[in-house]
Design a binder for this molecule. Structure first.
Ligand SMILES: NC(=O)c1ccc[n+]([C@@H]2O[C@H](COP(=O)([O-])OP(=O)(O)OC[C@H]3O[C@@H](n4cnc5c(N)ncnc54)[C@H](OP(=O)(O)O)[C@@H]3O)[C@@H](O)[C@H]2O)c1
Length: 351
């Protein structure tokens, strides 16, 4: 990666099926100059999310501007202010926000970019690209608000070893729930047990409907859905009285030609059940609360911040492909540049 240029990844073609290397185009241009009221940001870390494939398809998903062919791909991450012509920012400030897949960005700090200063909470700044950013807020807001967990609840989480899922299972354990994690492969299931998950289902090797029925003989209280499709349908067949189904994502459906077409949602009636969706940006007013809570659990050792870090801006397409191949554990991130604060933390030099 050149330090004297703004390196960027752009949409080459609309992805069909899983994203592949030829969907991405690499370009370089001059580092932009900030104008009045603007800041120049240097990208440190970028977070990856399944929705980025939808951005590349030009659907304008998740409240972001629809991308055309040749546009820089949307992506949130952590940046350092290099130059500031904005009264609220100074060189050296660390922010999280919409940086795009690029190594520098000039920002007018618009509401659309959702740029927030990152305080030093005694944890790595890199976490503000994932666990302490929108992924963590999705887990915190979605699970606590829509799931309404109580101690003793039987909670099933799909995509449990992924970004949102690995945080939800840990919050559920902190809340005193009994947790079943669904993930692909024995390594991911073993990893989930190392996080304290009580039971696991390897959906690639096991009969998911049969296993859910066996593990939830009296029904499940909360299903946190990251994958949709057949897994959602199987959970709806096993609801306890008053069950809550939280619709976070449906990655198993994103690359299909047609949606799954759920038919058994009527199972909610007999148990006075509730199915509730959420969109993370509708929880922005709780970002500080979520980050404070998550960072507190991390500092006290009650939560493991699971970020799957790939090195180098060149690896961004590979990082997105990992999500669709199920190769990531925890939040997939890319380390574009490491901040000295994080290096010092790694070496145990700061508290
Ligand atoms: N509602 C919101 O505001 C909101 C916010 C953030 C994210 N989301 C959604 O929440 C979900 C999780 O997001 P994330 O960022 O944490 O991503 P993630 O879970 O880390 O996504 C990647 C994981 O998805 C699993 N996966 C991939 N293809 C699959 C398939 N066909 N069937 C089942 N699982 C599959 C893989 O795990 P396995 O190896 O286990 O298959 C992979 O590791 C996504 O659906 C995302 O779109 C929603």
């Amino acid at each position: 990666m050149r330090e004297d240029a703004n390196c960027q990844w752009r949409v080459a073609v609309r992805p069909v099926g899983k994203p592949k290397p030829s969907d991405f185009a690499y370009t370089e241009e001059a580092i932009p100059e900030p104008g009045d009221g603007e800041i120049l940001l240097k990208t440190l870390y970028l977070g990856l999310a399944p929705v980025m494939r939808m951005y590349m398809q030009g659907t304008g998903a998740a409240g972001e501007k629809a991308l055309g062919i040749g546009d820089v791909i949307h992506g949130r991450g952590v940046g350092e202010v290099v130059t500031s012509n904005h009264p609220a920012f100074a060189p050296g400030d660390i922010v999280q926000g919409q940086l795009g897949w690029q190594t520098y960005k000039v920002s007018a700090v618009t509401p659309q970019e959702k740029i927030f200063k990152v305080a030093d909470r005694g944890v790595s700044y890199a976490l503000s690209a994932g666990v302490l950013a929108m992924t963590g807020l999705s887990a915190y807001g979605g699970f606590l608000d829509c799931g309404q967990p109580k101690a003793g609840d039987l909670v099933v989480v799909s995509g449990a070893a992924g970004g949102v899922g690995s945080i939800v299972v840990q919050i559920a354990k902190i809340m005193g729930c009994h947790v079943i994690g669904i993930a692909g492969g024995p390594e991911k299931c073993a990893f989930l047990r190392s996080l304290g998950v009580d039971e696991t289902i390897d959906y690639k090797a096991e009969d998911v409907p049969a296993r859910i029925a066996a593990l939830c003989p009296d029904g499940l209280d909360i299903y946190f859905d990251n994958v949709g499709g057949e897994t959602l349908a199987a959970c709806l067949e096993n609801l306890a009285m008053g069950a809550r189904v939280v619709l976070c994502g449906s990655i198993s459906e994103y690359t299909r030609d047609a949606p799954f077409g759920l038919t058994n949602y009527t199972r909610l009636r007999a148990v006075n059940g509730m199915m509730k969706g959420f969109f993370v940006y509708n929880y922005l007013d709780r970002l500080d609360e979520a980050v404070d809570a998550l960072a507190g659990w991390i500092r006290s050792g009650r939560m493991q911040p699971v970020q799957d870090v790939i090195d180098g801006f060149e690896a961004m397409p590979e990082a997105l492909m990992r999500l669709y191949d199920g190769r990531n554990v925890g939040v997939q991130c890319c380390r574009v540049r490491e901040h000295p604060h994080d290096l010092a933390l790694e070496k145990g030099e700061v508290a």
